[in-house]
Design a protein around this ligand. Sequence first.
Ligand code: GLN
Length: 321
Amino acid sequence: MDIILTKSHIEAAAHEAFSYATSLTGGANADYIPFLANIDSGLFGLSVMLPDGTAFNFGDTDYKFGIESISKVPTAILAMRQHTPAGVLQKIGADATGLPFNSIFAILLENDHPSTPLVNAGAISACSMIDPKGDSDAKWKAITDNITDLCGSAPVLIDELYKSESATNFNNRAITWLLKNYNRIYDDPDMSLDLYTRQCSLGVTSAQLAAMAATIASGGVNPISGSRVFDREIAPKITTLIATVGFYQHSGDWLYTSGIPAKSGVGGGVLGVLPGVLGIAAFAPPLDSAGNSVKAQAAVSRFMQSLGLGVMNGDRVTVTD
Ligand code: GLN
């Protein structure tokens, strides 16, 4: 079926979804990273961007929150840019774990494999893959330049979050050394973990994440800068990873109900990609039991439902002025 939407339909649906989710309660800030426990749990923002750069923003869309696991998306893209999608498949994998994001058990179950760049194990492995090997500063520059290109503006390091996370990331240290044992860390292990921890501590706004999502939805062209950030063939690969494991053990339930591939972070962010149509991002700190933002999920899901959109629906969607 053909679905024709005007920009004002999309704006109205985003506004309504934001208003609906504002009143929701439930969930709690992540507290295993001490810095996150103290973020104002009333913050809430919703941002949508279309492939032509049109943006709709509601609420706290200029607030810079910890990107956390959403950083796994740009770094997986960078690993694919540098080593091809096939290289990432071979070195890390593209399988859902069905288990929590920080699962050590998943590594053992997957025959000593990190499974996918979108869980902690695979994301640390992806940081180890980034070139130039052995040079922490140059790798960090490659990681942050890639995020800047995807967002159309630079992220900022939240130093306190970085310190808080570095001081408490014992589980991730165990993951890193277990993967090293299985030859799945492709550079210095401590450096790879540090780069992962630092990228998780980057502050971004929901408006920036909507631009990143819109870049993916547009097949690699950033709607703000007009520049091609990655090859078109990478877009379906990253969206597949997002769809299969973006919400960890809730990924199937999420896609089934919302109809949009999306990635969460314990900072409260959610980034959703509707290929060819739009990018969406929401942010609210309180999380459910799998570490996914309660309000952000509700807002994105409501938005999709009210417009009758779904990545599996088979519709041809056109957005007009
Ligand atoms: N930095 C966090 C961690 O490694 C990211 C987790 C997440 O956002 N799900 O535990």
